[in-house]
Design a protein around this ligand. Structure first.
Ligand code: NAP
Length: 328
């Protein structure tokens, strides 16, 4: 029988940026025991995808070359592995692919059933593919900062940096759903947009107030969801409440040293590095919020698979407002 093939975009070594991406025909993968074969409708690009290509996570990722990047997808179930009973051919789903294998920039991919959830008709493929990494990171960062989503929060103030980005724009909305007072930073062009997501006050990050992170209403922050780079502890520290925590989703060697120093000196103010732990239950929670219209996705731009390089370049540029999508 002729081998089934698909269009995919892959790279064969570290570096090269968009020019390192190649359009190829490769075999359609087969689902293993706990996997689902999806015909993809959309994939979103996250900064981690090109950071892996740059070699910033070597020697762990990618696990092999050639590598088809991207993990956040929405699509339709084509075939299920022998141990999968919760989905059937024709179901619409949102999934996070196994990071070790990647596979999102392609017409088909296999997803682990544990990280696959049903996509209701109210949630478009674009919205669905936007959620797995960015919204789940926002959710886990808020939880790490002490935020609860059961209505039991005491009044508290959160600062969200880079609130116009993929993670930040979800963090603003999730923080408001949890009844927090939200101060946000973004560029001047996005101030009104970030306010429309619910932020109570917004700082232009290029102004002196934005650089110092001072709340316009004089508030100190109980937590900070730090979604950009280049802001040191000495800037955060004076803006925190006594037990304030900075949840750092972009940890560096320098920030890890600060984290350790704060720990060993029993500082009440803490710098907490956060790495997303993919969880099916979080994805379900987020897809449900999207279904109920409580969590909106800002779409920066959409590209067909044939123009995946343009999407890649856009993400590397670092100025997306919301999510960058590749549609199949
Ligand atoms: N730890 C984890 O598990 C985890 C998970 C997801 C993401 N991340 C990391 O978190 C970071 C954010 O991810 P993302 O997907 O949100 O990125 P993104 O969508 O590419 O972020 C772009 C946005 O950041 C804004 N921005 C850039 N510098 C800023 C600054 N100094 N102050 C305020 N806003 C600024 C840009 O605004 P302008 O265009 O106006 O400059 C743009 O709107 C990335 O480094 C990513 O790798 C980590």
């Amino acid at each position: 029988m002729a081998e089934r093939v698909m269009q995919a975009v892959q790279y064969t070594g570290y570096g090269g940026g968009a020019a390192g991406l190649k359009h190829v025909k490769v075999p359609i993968p087969s689902p293993k025991k706990d996997e689902i074969l999806l015909k993809l409708e959309a994939t979103s690009i996250n900064p981690v995808d090109w950071k892996i290509q740059k070699g910033m996570l070597r020697p762990f990722l990618p696990s092999k070359f050639p590598f088809i990047p991207c993990a956040d997808v929405a699509g339709e179930v084509i075939e299920v592995g022998p141990a999968v009973s919760s989905f059937k051919a024709g179901d619409k789903v949102v999934a996070m692919l196994n990071f070790l294998n990647g596979g999102g920039l392609a017409e088909f991919a296999v997803a682990p059933v544990a990280l696959t959830v049903s996509r209701p008709s109210e949630v478009s493929a674009t919205e669905g593919a936007s959620l797995p990494t960015a919204a789940a990171t926002a959710l886990q960062a808020l939880k790490a900062g002490g935020t609860k989503f059961d209505g039991s929060n005491k009044p508290s103030n959160v600062l969200i940096t880079a609130a116009s980005g993929g993670v930040g724009h979800y963090a603003v909305q999730l923080a408001k759903l949890a009844n927090l007072h939200v101060t946000a930073t973004c560029g001047a062009r996005n101030i009104e947009l970030v306010k429309s997501l619910g932020a109570d006050e917004v700082l232009d990050y290029k102004t002196p107030d934005g650089t110092s992170l001072k709340s316009p209403s004089g508030r100190k922050y109980d937590s900070v969801i730090h979604c950009t780079t280049g802001i040191g502890w000495s800037t955060f520290e004076p803006n925190l409440t006594t037990n304030g925590k900075v949840i750092d989703i972009t940890p560096s060697f320098k920030s890890i040293v600060t984290t350790v120093l704060k720990k060993v000196t029993f500082s009440k103010k803490q710098l907490v590095p956060l790495l997303l732990v993919p969880k099916g239950e979080d994805l379900k929670f987020l897809v449900n919020l999207a279904k109920e219209g409580k969590l909106k996705t800002l779409v920066d731009s959409r590209y067909p698979l044939t123009k995946a390089e343009e999407a890649w370049t856009k993400s590397i540029d670092g100025h997306a407002t919301g999510k960058i999508i590749v549609e199949m």
